[in-house]
Design a protein around this ligand. Structure first.
Ligand code: UD1
Ligand code: CA
Length: 523
């Protein structure tokens, strides 16, 4: 698998030797009551796309001249959602859900009106088969094209055919009928070859046949499947194109089925990436959206979820335990226990553990966003580091700069957001607050605990913490009899004894030298 573009994107008129279909009709007017959801069934997400998004992606693979979506329930959401993906799709509104045959008739009317013809191949499919692959549709179209048949049905042999239409064949194996569950005799119900609900039709035949079907059946609906019998009546043949990989034609009707199909789609996505040279340490605990792109020798450790337009460069290591949405990770970068969205992580950079990258975070090559650090709209240049316990918002941090532990970029005055700029190779002390708008010049330094309210010129040291006052024996006086007072007294008594007995030539232990105002944390 490579970049998520269809393999045949340059072949608009044909797929290999196959002609582009006149239209693909996607049926999406049903309500999907079994989902028990406010959200229309076909809009439920699966591995980074909506169900219908998956189906439309498969449809795009055969480059139809027109995509027609039949919408009804939830049309205010479903319609715009489809147009986002296929701006020139025709939306055909089915006011009442009178069955799949009625739905396709509505689509044919829209096609006649919008394009002016029904000739050529018309593919019909449901909006709720999210594992369907474009290659499978292309195979169906190829099997149908030039066969002279009225229609070709995509069929599969399933262990449990319950709920599906059964493919009924005659003595010589010709398809004569599709019988729905509710209308099947026990003998017919025992057939395991089922109708996927995905067909390639001779368009003119379909348009004519749809005007002849009735709703005289158990459900009182117009069944698309009834056109099979009509084909036979008018002396046209009907073909079946079998698929072994039956999960591709499985519909998600409730949330349990959706979860099952999502797990399978994820497994398939991971399998493809592993074949392409990605290490997935624990596939059962790794989720990668179908829209994600990974380079060779990427390592995904357990507990990783990659969503949306996330891409990961060669030799980068992600995880354990990261959730990244629309994050671009550079080559050899290392991202550990991080939650991120809308961020860019440069090559050789390190992030986490326990980092929160919010939108607009850009970390340069070899940069570092460390532990318990939150960033937003932050441009952190090459080699710059924010190692510990900090919030960096609306900021620009220059190349090679180091931000001390526990630093807050105070970007919000309650009304407006303001920017902070830290210069190249600046070193800021621990526990600083940068009150934006503020600028710290190149090579400047700030002391520990500084609240930076005024710009700091290049090379300057800024300190705002006052000199330390030490009031001796305060605890013993104010907290008499407390454990703290007892401890202090004991310590003072011990050091007095030491002082008396110590030979005078022993120096006191050396105190580590800090930068002027101390408290910087590098790394
Ligand atoms: C249908 C087929 C069945 C097949 C099964 C495969 C018919 C009569 N039956 O049954 O043979 O095995 O699919 O999954 O075709 N829809 C509309 N408008 C309507 C009715 C349905 O747009 O008036 C849409 C639904 O939103 C759905 C699709 O058509 O996307 C299929 O409808 P559904 O009710 O799920 O059909 P099944 O009973 O599953
Ligand atoms: Ca169905």
């Amino acid at each position: 698998m490579n970049k998520p573009t269809p393999k045949h994107s340059n072949q608009r008129e044909s797929i290999g030797r196959v002609q582009a279909p006149t239209a693909v009709v996607v049926l999406a007017a049903g309500s999907g009551t079994r989902m028990r959801s406010k959200l229309t069934k076909v809009l439920h997400p699966i591995c980074g796309r909506s169900m219908i998004g998956q189906v439309i992606t498969a449809a795009a693979f055969v480059h139809p001249k027109k995509v027609i979506a039949v919408i009804g329930n939830g049309r205010e959401q479903v319609g715009p959602h489809i147009l986002e993906q296929v701006p020139d799709a025709l939306l055909a509104v089915q006011e009442t859900q009178d069955g799949t045959g009625h739905a396709v008739r509505v689509a044919i009317d829209a096609l006649r009106e919008g394009v002016g013809t029904t000739s050529g191949t018309i593919v019909v499919m449901a909006g709720d088969t999210p594992l369907l692959q474009g290659e499978t549709l292309a195979g169906l179209v190829a099997a149908h094209e030039g066969s002279g048949r009225a229609m070709t049905i995509l069929t599969g042999e399933v262990a449990d055919p319950f709920g599906y239409g059964r493919i009924i064949r005659d003595d010589v194996g010709e398809v004569v009928e599709i019988v729905e569950e509710n209308d099947a005799t026990p003998e017919q119900a025992a057939v395991h070859e089922i109708n996927s609900g995905i067909f390639a039709f001779d368009g003119d035949f379909l348009a004519d046949a749809l005007s002849r079907i009735s709703n005289d059946n158990a459900k009182g609906e117009y069944y698309l499947t009834d056109v099979v019998a009509i084909a036979r009546e008018v002396g046209r043949s009907v073909g079946a194109h079998g698929i072994d990989d039956v999960m591709q034609i499985e519909g998600a009707n409730d949330r349990a089925q959706l979860a099952g199909l999502a797990a399978e789609l994820n497994r398939r996505t991971l399998d493809r990436w592993m074949k392409d040279g990605v290490t997935v340490v624990d596939p059962a605990n790794t989720w990668v959206d179908v829209t994600v792109w990974l380079a060779r020798d990427v390592v995904l450790k357990p507990g990783v979820q990659l969503h949306g337009r996330t891409t990961v460069g060669e030799d980068a290591v992600i995880g354990p335990d990261c959730t990244l949405t629309d994050v671009v990770v550079g080559e050899r970068a290392c991202v550990v226990r991080t939650h991120g969205s809308g961020a860019i992580v440069g090559a050789d950079a390190t992030v986490g553990p326990f980092a929160y990258l919010r939108p607009g975070t850009v970390l340069g090559v070899n940069g570092k966003i460390g532990t318990f650090v939150e960033t937003k709209n932050a441009d952190i240049a090459d080699g710059a580091k924010v190692p510990h316990l900090s919030y960096v918002g609306d900021a620009e941090i220059g190349e090679g700069a180091n931000i001390g532990a526990g630093t807050i970029f105070a970007n919000y005055d309650g009304v407006d957001k303001h920017r902070t700029k830290i210069g190249k190779h600046a070193k800021t002390g621990s526990n600083n607050t940068f009150v934006a708008p503020i600028e710290v010049g190149d090579g400047a330094v700030t002391g520990g605990g500084t609240v930076v309210r005024r710009d700091v010129p290049p090379g300057a040291l800024a300190v705002s913490a006052g000199p330390q006052r030490t009031i001796k024996d305060w605890v013993q006086r104010k907290r008499q009899g407390s454990l703290a007072a007892d401890a202090a007294n004991a310590a003072l008594a011990a050091s007095a004894v030491l002082e008396q007995s110590a030979p005078s030539h022993i120096e006191p232990p050396e105190v580590a030298e800090h930068a002027d105002e101390g408290g910087q944390s590098d790394q």
